[in-house]
Design a protein around this ligand. Structure first.
Ligand SMILES: Cc1cc2nc3c(=O)[nH]c(=O)nc-3n(C[C@H](O)[C@H](O)[C@H](O)COP(=O)(O)OP(=O)(O)OC[C@H]3O[C@@H](n4cnc5c(N)ncnc54)[C@H](O)[C@@H]3O)c2cc1C
Length: 637
């Protein structure tokens, strides 16, 4: 029983074969087919190619990236690189681990975004609120170094008058941090006996802005982040029934939560007291029993059962679910608790969002592809894989008519809809009946029939001739009560290309995220018409001041997965096909189930590594260690 005082430290799932070779021996060839070129497919390809495997990526689109892909748009006399849609990620630990391996080219050194009203006072010295000041010194142990990251916001708590509760908390962190870290460092170099190490392990979580590192790896990670990513700690929310909120987290749990309640114009400490039963679900989070305990309930049923105070549910809890692309009413209570744990309670820096100042192609996908090409990865673009074929010797092909294209291993890294179709067609077209492969495919197909896609989404970008007033110009505004609008991004606050255009024209570029789209197939130019009444509720000035639309662009998709209650028992894990009898087939994607908390991009990347590890184990190559979020909430475990 270890008492956790905040989100616990991450877990590392170590290789089960530490004695394995670092890579394939010279002269040995192993061919792997990766189907799907999204982040899950690219992650799998990178790990395998680095270990000497001959990797081919087959992607149905003419470019890779999946939901992170970009394309060109010529409009208003300019060429824009459009990302599918704004991604604001936190918990990118694994992602940035990959980022370390991807060449970054010239540092982009983009200026920080202009401050919002709330941040103006904090950036007056020219720092971004989330900038990191790093002080390193080497310990006497050769391998380790202590790296202390002072968030500029923390320094401000010293330099500026202490003007708020969260600043006091930050100050507390600052005072405690170095002392704890120095003791911890003593532990790491063997000055402190083991019994104290357990205590330190728990204290570690008290001061999350301070990190102890080996060989500056953590620092390198932040350097990647600093070159291509910005961090925006505030989250603005617009509600129909409540005052607008600016939610941000600062300081250790549970003081960060308390401070958020105190700052809220809608919630009071009394709300917190009334929700103590709900809090237990978060505090005593245990991933091992999560699905068994909560998956049969919908979020709504869970909220009724635990007496969630309506405003607390509307403002904090439902807002998180609506970002999942799925229907709130049928969303599994287990997945909801997982989201809350993963995106909030396990990280004291929760509510901070890292986002790219350039399109996702430039910041991520293009350098990644270059890296893969350098490792010899082949790309076959523009044709969808329809089915898999299995030959008698256990090899797999994507082209049943051409058995010369045989692979030793296949990783299916496509979205749920495509995975269902490919596996079902593979079963139908199977040549060898009554085989172990047939039974395995039938079993997988049977489970997948319980899983559905989330409703379609649309991302609408609009170029206007005018701008909102500065204090209404929130870079990212979440709108959980204004369905189908879920999020509005002022792209010119976020990405450099739009900032340049706005500087020349005085206009603005807004992106509307429309999840759970229920208006069916409509012409792109009808989308604005449909959402206009809702936009008017949020930003009436767009209509009152006659903003003119200069250009617009709609991206539609239906590749996100639904997490309806009661489906977890049918949700396969990455290595499920091998458990069923196809040892050289793995799955990867954000629709799978993991034995540790993960969601969206993080789940895609983690499951890809799980599938890679299955290949590595089979071939006697040492597996990739997997860093994952703690499986336990900040209560007693
Ligand atoms: C607008 C938007 C905002 C988002 N924001 C966030 C965020 O803030 N944080 C976060 O963590 N996540 C976010 N996500 C989710 C994130 O993008 C996904 O979780 C992640 O990109 C999924 O990657 P993937 O590789 O598993 O799937 P995908 O990106 O869907 O890639 C699958 C690939 O397989 C290809 N494919 C499909 N069928 C076939 C076939 N038959 N043959 C060959 N290829 C095929 C597809 O074309 C695609 O390229 C967001 C998603 C969207 C759309």
């Amino acid at each position: 029983m270890y008492p956790y005082l905040g989100g616990g430290p991450p877990q590392i799932i170590l290789p089960v074969n530490p004695e394995g070779l670092p890579k394939l021996p010279y002269g040995m060839t192993r061919k792997v087919l990766v189907i799907g070129g999204g982040v899950s497919g690219l992650s799998a390809a990178l790990e395998l190619a680095e270990r000497g495997f001959e990797v081919t990526i087959k992607e149905k689109q003419t470019s890779v990236g999946g939901r992170y892909s970009t394309h060109k748009l010529n409009a208003l006399g300019e060429e824009f690189q459009l990302s599918t849609g704004f991604h604001g990620n936190n918990c990118w630990a694994i992602f940035f681990k990959l980022g370390e391996k991807v060449p970054q080219g010239e540092p982009l050194c983009l200026p920080d975004p202009p401050p919002t009203k709330d941040q103006r006072s904090k950036v007056k010295l020219g720092f971004h609120h989330g900038s990191v000041v790093c002080v390193n010194w080497k310990g006497s142990h050769n391998d380790s170094a202590i790296c202390i990251h002072w968030k500029v916001s923390e320094l401000f708590s010293i330099l500026c008058p202490l003007d708020g509760f969260s600043q006091w908390i930050s100050l507390l962190c600052l005072i405690n941090g170095p002392v704890l870290r120095i003791i911890q460092h003593s532990v790491s170099i063997g000055w402190v006996p083991t019994v104290v190490q357990h205590a330190m392990f728990n204290l570690n979580s008290l001061t999350p802005v301070f990190t102890i590192t080996n060989n500056f790896r953590e620092y390198a990670r932040i350097w990647v982040l600093r070159n291509t990513m910005c961090c925006w700690p505030d989250n603005h929310f617009a509600f129909r029934d409540y005052e607008w909120e600016n939610v941000y987290s600062s300081g250790p749990w549970p003081l960060n939560l308390l401070a958020m309640i105190i700052r809220s114009p809608n919630l009071s400490l009394w709300t917190a007291i009334k929700t103590w039963r709900v809090s237990l679900g978060f505090i005593l989070y245990n991933h091992g029993s999560l699905y068994e305990t909560y998956d049969n309930l919908t979020y709504d049923e869970w909220a009724d059962m635990y007496g969630v105070v309506p405003e607390f549910g509307d403002i904090w809890l439902k807002a998180g679910i609506s970002a999942s692309f799925d229907e709130v009413s049928s969303f599994s209570a287990a997945e909801f608790l997982l989201f809350s744990h993963f995106y909030f309670l396990s990280v004291a820096e929760a509510e901070h969002r890292d986002y790219s100042s350039v399109d996702s192609g430039t910041s991520l996908i293009n350098p990644w592809v270059e890296k893969l090409k350098g490792l010899g990865v082949k790309f076959e673009l523009g044709t969808a894989v329809t089915a898999l074929g299995f030959d008698g010797s256990g090899k797999v092909t994507h082209d049943i008519s051409d058995p010369s294209k045989l692979y030793d291993h296949v990783i299916l890294a496509v979205d749920l809809g495509s995975a269902k179709q490919i596996l079902s067609d593979s079963l139908e077209q199977l040549r060898e009946r009554n085989s172990a492969v047939e039974r395995a495919l039938a079993r997988i197909k049977n489970d997948l029939k319980y899983l559905d896609k989330a409703p379609p989404f649309k991302i609408l970008k609009v170029w206007f001739d005018k701008q909102l007033e500065r204090d209404r110009n929130h870079p990212i505004l979440q709108t959980p009560q204004h369905s189908p609008i879920n999020l509005i991004v002022q792209l010119h606050q976020v990405e450099q290309q739009y900032r340049d255009w706005v500087a020349k024209t005085g206009g603005s570029v807004m992106e509307f995220h429309l999840y759970c789209w229920s208006h069916g197939e409509v012409e792109d130019d009808k989308v604005w018409e449909i959402i206009s009444p809702t936009v008017r509720e949020i930003y009436p000035e767009i209509f009152d001041s006659n903003f003119k639309i200069l250009a617009s662009y709609v991206k539609s998709g239906d590749s996100c997965a639904s997490f309806k209650n009661g489906t977890a028992q049918h949700r396969p894990r990455a290595i499920f096909p091998s458990k069923c009898g196809i040892p050289n087939l793995g799955l990867a994607g954000d629709w799978l189930r993991t034995d540790y908390p993960s969601a969206l991009t993080e789940r895609s990347v983690s499951t890809a590594i799980e599938s890679v590890n299955q290949v590595l184990l089979a071939e006697g190559i040492q597996q990739v260690p997997l860093t994952v979020t703690t499986s336990f909430g900040p209560g007693f475990i």
